[in-house]
Design a protein around this ligand. Structure first.
Ligand SMILES: [Zn+2]
Length: 137
């Protein structure tokens, strides 16, 4: 009997006892902001990206497009060229997580960026579900 790689992966997951699948509880990281002049810093930006297991640059790109404001990342904090409320930025981070981190099927955060036939996808390691990685335009 032959299985394709993806089918095999699915079988592996299906056959795992439930307790081996990740059940880690995930709390949306709280962003810490600081306004300096006309800039807003996200002080713990590296921790946010870590918690999501995504490239900080990817999260930053999303923020830039959503806010239409230039921003940079210095390895720890994000610096946005606009004065912004913490709650507004938190909302953007939440939206990012809904699109790029939380599984669209089982809603767990155990997802990673993978490739399928040359296309980037986000794959859930908990349920095996996946969806295309939407390009940030
Ligand atoms: Zn899932």
């Amino acid at each position: 009997m032959e299985y394709k790689y993806e089918e095999l992966l699915d079988r592996v997951w299906t056959n795992l006892p439930d307790e081996l699948k990740s059940t880690s509880r995930f709390e949306m990281p709280e962003i810490k902001t600081n306004i300096q002049g006309k800039q807003t810093y996200i002080m713990n930006f590296n921790e946010i990206a870590d918690a999501f297991q995504r490239e900080p640059q990817h999260v930053l790109l999303y923020i830039i497009k959503e806010l239409a404001a230039p921003a940079t990342y210095d390895g720890k904090k994000a610096i946005i060229q606009r004065r912004l409320r913490q709650s507004m930025l938190q909302e953007k981070i939440k939206k990012y997580a809904e699109e790029y981190v939380f599984c669209h099927e089982c809603h767990r955060p155990d997802t990673k960026v993978a490739e399928l036939k040359g296309e980037k996808i986000i794959k859930c390691t908990a349920c095996g579900g996946w969806w295309p990685l939407k390009k940030i335009k």
